[in-house]
Design a protein around this ligand. Sequence first.
Ligand code: GLU
Length: 418
Amino acid sequence: MAERYNPYDNFLSVLDKAANAVGMKEEEYVLIKYPERELKVSVPVKMDDGSVRVFEGYRVQHSTSRGPCKGGIRYHQSVNIDEVKALAAWMSFKCAVVNIPYGGAKGGIKVDPSTLSKAELERLTRRYTAMILPIIGPEKDIPAPDVGTNAQVMDWIMDTYSMMNGYTIPGVVTGKDLEVGGSLGRPEATGRGVMIITMEVLDKYKLAPSDVSVAVQGMGNVGSVAAKLLYEKGCRIVAVSDVSGGIRKASGLNIPEICEFVKQRKLLKDYYADGVEHIDNHALLTTKCDILIPAALENQITADIAKELNCRLVIEAANGPTTVEADAVLEKRDIVVLPDILTNAGGVIVSYCEWVQNLQSLTWDENDVNATLFKVMTRALTDVYHKARDYKISYRLAAYAVAIERLCTAKKKRGIFP
Ligand code: GLU
């Protein structure tokens, strides 16, 4: 039987490989192998029918060496401690590779939010916030949206934290609605970042957007924005999927229409249009295309799937979609991978813009936000390109190496307390 996939082990394997590739000894990076703090909470919620359910929640802080912790909160039925630990570590690496002054954290509740009423979701969020309250705050740890959470959930977190402190503290959380201190550009930021990296990479390989076909796994906030922006740039989006399955059309899908469709909370299994075929997740991932964008959950491109991929480039919009074993297969097959910690950093970069605006009581216009996003992402891509070239390593190992060096330098300069 195949071993159970553990995302934290996946993180550790890549960490060791990257450190090794740039000649670092384990004693030089051992501290970043362990999260600084792990909090598990039991969250009781009064359900609408009068019963009480207790949900399992977490907040893991991986690193504070480079600044306050930063990272989303996930509501999903498969949340577990190893996943949250890995997601927290990836946040530290993400913030380090794009060089914004944050460490990394992640939170999660084991729940399928679609099974709760809005009132239940609010009570769950407020109680979870109260339970992690001692370790969060604008100078300590700043949550944000992730899979299964959204601006409304962030607004409730901000309100709960503010009520407990007696005054409004917008900088405790990012990804809020505009009316309560959110930033222009934040909802689209992760997808926009994926588009920016894709355009830069196409430029490097001297490909015009109109020459490339793209398949996107996941039409949530990240996948749908990436698909829409790439479509607007002229790419042919040949397949997309959601939890219900995928749709495919070799001559190109009508992405604006599909985005409208999914926005109405409809499932792609119910989308019909001329020449559109319905496919399963396996067919989506192995669709013939130039660029595959996994924008769903981790552990999607396994070694077996990697052998069957039919693309030239994988641009990771999800966190941790590719296993270490799959990476080895892809490298052998000359399929280039642009890694998650670089490619999906747009969200946290604009979260940083939101936090800076909140701390300074300022509001930026959308052009300023998008210009900052572009500058930070392209600078990080250049750093990763240089590292990959200098050490003749994959972009994943190069991105990790850039992050490891920044994290370890910060640790070294600060020293170990006491
Ligand atoms: N959840 C997003 C991520 O995985 C955003 C985190 C943030 O903005 O803090 O990068």
